[in-house]
Ligand binder design. Structure first.
Ligand code: Z5A
Length: 212
């Protein structure tokens, strides 16, 4: 086990993940914890190029699910080796806006890729550098969709998927949370913002108390 602490933030479509990330940043800062923030797909210059490839809508050719999965893990391999592992090895705290669980949810649940292939890549690329804490923002997909619509920004390639895709993504996330309840903390993101923040505050405080 590496000496640093690793936190990840996950969420279904429109759950308010970006809003939550801002709250978590402020809360950790107020708790005098210095954190390196990063995101997936992305987090290094090369991985950010792969992110563009993954999220930019393309008119010339449809991306196959296998290609999407392998590109997610290609970006992750770079991210792990160049940023996450060195920081954790140096004893630093790292927080990532999405990470491995998203591959099980989106490529496994959403794209219906057999999880045995994701597990193989997981064991190879992530190994035992698993997050210590994952905050999973969960919302009914219909409600999430309405929130995302209100945001009014252009949809990326994955956000353009239909409702049944996001229903499967949510189910796969919930299965992950059930399999690993000690690490993955489920947050009811359908509530008003102050209640979502209350849930996150108490999870973070408990985590900080236990590791210090
Ligand atoms: N992906 C993948 O497929 N496989 C992988 O392995 C990985 C990722 C790592 C990029 O992620 C995509 O990559 C993502 C999964 C895939 N695709 N999708 N879809 P991203 O994290 O960069 O993008 P995102 O999923 O679109 O996340 P986001 O920008 O954080 O969106 P959000 O959850 O919808 O958050 P938001 O913008 O904060 O909230 C939406 C709106 O709701 C906004 O107007 C807020 O003001 C509002 N809001 C927030 N909280 C509340 C509450 N509590 N009440 C009412 N309104 C609220």
């Amino acid at each position: 086990m590496l000496p640093g602490k690793f936190i990840t933030i996950e969420g279904t479509e429109g759950a308010g993940k970006s809003t939550a990330v801002q709250f978590i940043k402020n809360h950790l800062q107020q708790s005098n914890i210095n954190v390196i923030w990063t995101r997936e797909p992305g987090g290094t210059e090369l991985a950010e190029h792969i992110r563009n490839l993954l999220l930019h809508p393309m008119s010339y050719e449809e991306m196959e699910p296998e290609t999407e999965l392998l590109l997610m893990f290609a970006a992750r391999a770079q991210h792990m080796k160049k940023r996450i592992v060195p920081a954790l090895t140096a004893g630093q705290w790292v927080a990532s806006d999405r990470f491995l669980d998203a591959s099980y949810a989106y490529q496994g649940g959403g794209r219906k890729i057999d999880s045995k292939y994701i597990k193989l890549l997981d064991q190879w690329i992530v190994g035992d550098v698993y997050p210590d804490l994952t905050l999973l923002l969960d919302i009914d997909p219909q409600k999430g969709f309405e929130r995302a619509e209100k945001r009014g920004t252009d949809k990326d390639r994955i956000e353009q998927e239909k409702m049944d895709f996001f229903i499967r993504v949510r189910q796969a996330y919930l299965v992950r949370a059930k399999q690993d309840p000690k690490r993955i903390k489920l947050i009811d993101a359908g509530q008003p913002l102050f209640m979502v923040e209350d849930q996150m505050r108490s999870i973070l405080n408990e985590f900080i108390e236990n590791v210090q």
